[in-house]
Design a protein around this ligand. Structure first.
Ligand code: 5AD
Ligand code: SF4
Length: 437
């Protein structure tokens, strides 16, 4: 009988991409997609280790799965993949004996063999890339698709586990990426988001990241191109110029700064200052005046004072982020900041997080309000809650609600932006520019 599988994804978009590839891999082996974890014979938890809360979630899921039975009375096979698998390895099986397989983010091409019984734990970081051994991309692809071009991080921010869980920076060959981009567009994608832990550190022999963007922008049928996540240190002139020169490259950039205080940026080993970061934004705006900015922030990093935090609030206002993600500092085992003195009390972190999120909410609403009156294209990605309503993304990555009886998911509609909320806008359709096949 056909075995079924379900992949549950935690964490970042790189995990979303890996989950897609794990699904393709299992389907190539004859597994069928199950509608949810409760009905799957094999459940893959593709995990995140970035903060303690994310890492702990997986154990509550394992607990729930352990107690569950399929209709035929059989227990599901539980696979832990992703960054918790990499960081904790065999420890996971010791702590949660219900787990059958542990496979790291660089070894999941071996998952089918492991399911056949060839080893329960594999957290190797093989030199030969898993990408060479994965089956081709699916025939049907969403309108907006991800493409991992780079993995790993050599930056060693003092708070972050990524350099340990995902290993050193590694870029995929440019020719393979252009071929994968062509396959994704042929399968139905109009928009591609190039992914990497440090995507703008991409380099393949002589191909720079800006050159890769230009090559992928040239793929026939590709309408929109984005990339995430970037480090300020790798935001060079050539890449900034790409924002001026490539019409497919959308006017949006996620460029984390983490803190507005130079003292903390130094303690975080960020290798940029507040002013060098702001200078990059000035140059980006000179290249592409309407670029929308997004960032990541940490509150309560060890030693953070009220004055440091005030610097963070002021940089949020100064930049006027269109959106931003903010987190309470979470000490991660093995990272330098975890053992620094002056850990900030939890209640102080809570208060700062609330204040920061309120400030980000204000700048995001101001950004959305300033968009009202603009005409733009929206790529429709999913149904809305109300009948006839569809939700898509503007060029500035805002969620836009559109009511258009003739439009369907995958279409690009031109709209007038007529109303703004903190997290979304309403668009009145003007013309349907392209219908999906
Ligand atoms: N605690 C809190 N937030 C963290 N991030 C990374 N490590 C930690 C940590 N230990 C945040 C950073 C990063 C984002 C992906 O997660 O802001 O940019
Ligand atoms: Fe972590 Fe810093 Fe690397 Fe980003 S740049 S993945 S925050 S170490």
């Amino acid at each position: 009988m056909t075995q079924s599988y379900f992949v549950k994804t935690f964490g970042c978009q790189m995990n979303v991409y890996d989950s897609e590839r794990i699904g393709e891999l299992l389907e190539a082996e004859g597994y069928a997609a199950a509608p949810d974890a409760a009905r799957a014979d094999v459940v893959v938890l593709n995990t995140c280790h970035i903060r303690e809360k994310a890492a702990e979630k997986v154990y509550s899921d394992i607990g729930r799965l352990k107690a569950s039975r399929r209709p035929n009375g059989i227990k599901p096979v539980v696979v832990v993949a992703g960054c918790v698998a990499q960081a904790e390895g065999a420890e996971i099986v010791r702590r949660a004996p219900a787990v059958d397989v542990v496979v790291g983010p660089n070894a999941y091409h071996r998952l089918p063999a492991m399911l056949r019984g060839a080893g329960a734990v594999d957290t190797d970081m093989p030199v030969e890339s898993k990408f060479m051994q994965l089956p081709p991309r699916r025939a049907v692809i969403p309108a907006s698709a991800f493409l991992t071009v780079q993995e790993g991080c050599d930056k060693f921010c003092t708070f972050c586990v990524v350099p340990y869980t995902r290993g050193a920076e590694l870029s995929r060959p440019a020719d393979a990426l252009v071929a994968e981009a062509e396959a994704l567009v042929a399968g139905g994608a109009s928009e591609l988001t190039l992914l990497g832990q440090n995507v703008n550190a991409y380099r393949d022999v002589t191909t720079t990241f800006a050159e890769l963007l230009a090559r992928i922008a040239g793929v026939r049928g590709l309408v929109r191109l984005r990339y995430t996540t970037s480090h300020p240190r790798d935001m060079n002139d050539e890449l900034i110029a790409a924002h001026r020169d490539l019409p497919q490259l959308m006017p949006y950039l996620h460029l984390p700064v983490q803190s507005g205080s130079d003292r903390l940026l130094k303690a975080m080993n960020r290798a940029h200052t507040r002013s060098s970061y702001l200078n990059i934004l000035d140059r980006l705006r000179a290249a592409r005046a309407d670029i929308a900015l997004s960032g990541d922030f940490i509150v309560g990093f060890p030693g953070e004072t009220d004055a440091d935090f005030a610097d963070t609030l002021s940089i949020v206002r100064e930049v006027g982020y269109a959106q931003a993600y903010s987190f309470k500092y979470s000490p991660r085992p093995g990272t330098p900041a975890a053992t620094m003195g002056e850990q900030v009390p939890e209640d102080v972190k809570d208060a700062r997080l609330a204040e920061l999120q309120a400030t980000i909410g204000e700048t995001a609403l101001a950004f959305n309000r300033a968009s009202v009156g603009k005409r733009c294209d929206v790529l429709l990605e999913r149904p809305g809650r109300r009948p006839g309503q569809l939700i898509g993304k503007s060029p500035w990555l805002q969620s836009v609600f559109v009511v258009s009886p003739s439009a369907k998911i995958g279409d690009i509609v031109t709209v007038d932006l007529i109303d703004a909320q903190p997290n979304s806008l309403e668009g009145a359709p003007v013309i349907l520019t392209r219908a999906a096949a």
